[in-house]
Design a protein around this ligand. Structure first.
Ligand SMILES: Cc1cc2nc3c(=O)[nH]c(=O)nc-3n(C[C@H](O)[C@H](O)[C@H](O)COP(=O)(O)O)c2cc1C
Length: 217
């Protein structure tokens, strides 16, 4: 059993990657092999709209033909038993790298039929971990959930079950005294980091463990 996680943050040791590592620890606790892939280590672009993946009787139907660092990754994904994506929120959305990755991953599998169908060869659980600086209240006010729901809808259409984990009010800077950010209260941020973030880590662990258990049963 193999579970792969994709980190859509440029930071390899911060909020998003920590939660993804916890999710993979949870999966490993149930006997899964795991791998964490950092998208910012790869060279690729978003979909270039060539439509080779939609060509009638084409040998690349359902496949992305662009040759870059994502090509071997897409092969790996077809052998995975679950996938967990993670992204910080940048300007109200997932990062550009994660968006480009999803365009390339999802679009070839999505059929342009009246009832859109998936060409992905099997059903696997997928999870999405979103981390953001905003509090939950402000996230609701800014309507982020509609965007998350859109991503979840595409992912569940392609892969099967999709679930998401939202992590709010994250600790963003190594040292708050060295940045100009008067809207944040460093003590409150630290308190939340110490009290709430471990609970988010536990939820991520549980997600990974659940995915691995689903595969075992
Ligand atoms: C370029 C940039 C834009 C950001 N925009 C938002 C935003 O629109 N909403 C939000 O809630 N947080 C925003 N943040 C904060 C990050 O989403 C948050 O700190 C996140 O947890 C960082 O993830 P990381 O620690 O894994 O890198 C932004 C951060 C950066 C660097």
């Amino acid at each position: 059993m193999k579970i792969i996680a994709f980190n859509g943050s440029p930071r390899k040791e911060w909020n998003t990657s920590t939660l993804l590592k916890k999710a993979l620890e949870g999966a490993a606790s149930q006997g899964a092999k795991t791998e964490l892939i950092h998208l910012y280590d790869l060279k690729y672009q978003g979909c270039i709209s060539c439509f080779a993946c939609k060509e009638k009787n084409g040998k690349s139907y359902g496949k992305c033909v662009v040759r870059d660092d994502l090509k071997p990754i897409f092969k790996q994904i077809e052998t995975a038993d679950a996938i967990i994506f993670g992204s910080p929120i940048y300007l109200g959305s997932i990062t550009g790298e994660m968006q480009s990755f999803l365009e390339r991953l999802v679009f070839p599998y999505l059929t342009y039929t009246d009832l859109p169908q998936t060409l992905f060869p099997k059903k696997i659980p997928v999870g999405f971990i979103y981390t953001m600086g905003l509090t939950e209240e402000l996230m609701v006010e800014f309507g982020y959930q509609q965007r998350f729901a859109g991503t979840d809808r595409f992912l569940s259409r392609i892969f099967g079950l999709s679930q998401s984990l939202l992590c709010f009010d994250t600790y963003q800077f190594k040292d708050y005294s060295k940045v100009v950010a008067p809207r944040f209260n460093p003590e409150e941020k630290l308190k939340r980091r110490q009290e709430v973030f471990p609970k988010d880590c536990q939820k991520a662990f549980d997600m990974g463990a659940e995915f691995a258990r689903e595969n075992k049963s």
